[in-house]
Write a protein that binds this ligand. Structure first.
Ligand SMILES: C[S@@+](CC[C@H](N)C(=O)[O-])C[C@H]1O[C@@H](n2cnc3c(N)ncnc32)[C@H](O)[C@@H]1O
Length: 217
């Protein structure tokens, strides 16, 4: 194994360990992500999207916000987080939810398979964000929708100062990086940018952006 590959495996193992340990208290800490989950649920309903791959599902906080009659395939690396997702799945018997332990950077699904792929708060956590976007695009059908909810470095110096200040803590505690930039999407010619909006407010600050892309036909 090359050094870069070994480093990335080690980073991923660390992150998975963090989430295995956090799984019991995750819902109490991360309730602040709910407005984003709700907003995406509304979008899926408006667009009448029925078949979704959710990557980095965690404890399944998104489940309550899915519209009725959707088919969700949901994956995560952490068995601890998936255990709680399995429990939450029981409360939505009006939708089909398939759970699997899988690396979002190496999806075991064929090309052009899902109507929609959705990554809530995963982009900042994986060792290779570009690879995550590439994999999501690959498994999305032509004309399908890619939804990313993530922290991005803000446009204003106050946002950047806050991100710089918080980065050592968020990395250590939650495996989050705080320095992702929107130009990450510049190298994705196969998608069209449909929308970008702020979500998950905490006081005057918004923790995340919702980004909606469409894969070219
Ligand atoms: C911040 S949590 C977000 C959970 C959920 N999406 C939410 O919004 O509450 C990040 C999740 O990504 C998972 N994760 C990290 N790296 C992953 C990878 N390479 N593939 C799949 N899941 C991963 C973690 O185990 C964790 O459950």
């Amino acid at each position: 194994m090359g050094t870069a590959r070994a480093f990335s495996v080690c980073m991923q193992e660390k992150t998975t360990d963090i989430y295995d340990s956090l799984s019991r208290i995750y819902d109490k800490l991360f309730f602040v992500l709910k407005p984003g989950h709700r907003r995406v649920g509304k979008y899926l309903e408006e667009q009448k999207i029925k078949q979704i791959l959710e990557v980095g599902v965690g404890t399944g906080l998104t489940f309550e916000h899915y519209p009725a009659d959707v088919q969700v395939t949901a994956i995560d690396m952490s068995s601890g987080m998936l255990k709680f997702a399995q429990e939450k799945k029981q409360s939505r018997n009006d939708i089909a939810i398939d759970l699997a332990q899988m690396d979002a950077l190496d999806l075991k699904y064929p090309d052009n398979h899902f109507e929609c792929t959705y990554a809530p708060s995963l982009l900042t956590v994986v060792p290779h964000p570009k690879q995550l976007i590439r994999e999501m695009i690959r498994v999305t059908k032509p004309g399908g929708i890619i939804i990313i909810v993530s922290h991005f470095e803000g446009d204003y110096w106050q946002d950047r100062a806050f991100s710089k200040f918080a980065a050592p803590f968020t990395k250590r505690l939650f495996g989050f990086r705080m320095d992702l930039k929107f130009r990450l999407f510049d190298q994705c010619p196969e998608v069209e940018f449909l929308a970008r909006e702020k979500v998950n407010p905490v006081g005057p600050y918004c923790l995340s952006h919702l980004v909606i892309l469409r894969k070219q036909k």
